[in-house]
Design a protein around this ligand. Sequence first.
Ligand SMILES: Cc1ncc(COP(=O)(O)O)c(C=O)c1O
Length: 384
Amino acid sequence: MQIEKAKRLSGIGEYYFSQKLREIEQLNQQGKNIINLGIGSPDLPPHPSVIEVLRAEAAKPNTHAYQSYKGSPIFRNAIAEWYQKWYQVDLNPDTEILPLLGSKEGIMHICMTYLNEGDQALIPNPGYPTYTSAVKLAGGTPVAFELKEENNWEPDFELLNKMDLSKVKLMWVNYPQMPTGRMPSDDLFNKLVAFGLKHNILICHDNPYSFVLNDHPMSLLKVPRAKDVVIELNSLSKSQNMAGWRVGMICGSKDKIDDILTFKSNMDSGMFLPIQLAAAKALSLEKEWYTGINEIYFERRKKVFELLDQLNCTYSKDQVGMFVWAKIPSTSKDGYELSDNVLYESNIFITPGGIFGSAGNNYVRVSLCGAVEKFVEAIKRINH
Ligand SMILES: Cc1ncc(COP(=O)(O)O)c(C=O)c1O
């Protein structure tokens, strides 16, 4: 019996990585031993004290019940302190913070909360593909705005201001930018808040990479009046090495948190308490934690630069985050072709930039999530 899929799934393909990982698995079954430099899933563990809290709390008899939809006050307080300490942003832990089962889910919650059929959302090209699919799944219409290298991969506000924005309700942005690794320039955050206020557009800032290879974490919520028009997603996946734990958060004004909770409380039933308490511990880690992981990423990145040199790609050395974004040589038709050649000839997978939007077609993205030896081996394979 065939049951027809809901219309909301038409035009939504399977997530690129989900398909590609299947192909890589098949190649591995043929004995290829592919080096996967695709996904940004940290290979390093969380701090031992975080694991210890999880272990100890999970061993207690009274930590296994459903949890509050708004999350444990201990975790929300830890988030508020983290935002104050690292971003100098004041958040009320009772009303302005909502823990999430990963920030990817938060993208969907926000779209479902605010978009009606026919509403538009501005989406960066290149950008994280989930923004587009979540907008479509919620019944909205994604409207891409192009980011250009010569513009520091930032929105062109002159162009945006000329567009018909009457149906636009949300704008997705993300700095440090994924996939390009760009830090925001000094004035960008002020411009984003001003743009949102001028056009009554909710600026949704997705901020999972602010600590990775970056000593100056920034939050869009720090800009004066930001809370009127900004909500920010954050995550423990990347900077605390907790991607599989599924812990993130939305921060913003009480009215917006309440709106989103109306949707979210109908979707899940809270987060396992030991995970919340361990996550609170992770957020209390001092600077040495971030310095320690960044030293490791720094060494890996040197190797990735070497690898990209071998492939005749060009790149900026002052990018941040968990990847290196690089322009392909003119000898390759596009990033897909280069990625396929490297996969089939050298048994290495690197991500074609085109999956992040057409503006990424001439680029590839290499993940830093692998031991240095893996990159050394990859360089060897390219040289063969
Ligand atoms: C830009 C961006 N936003 C959000 C996410 C999702 O992170 P999380 O693990 O918190 O769902 C990712 C993960 O790759 C990402 O690259």
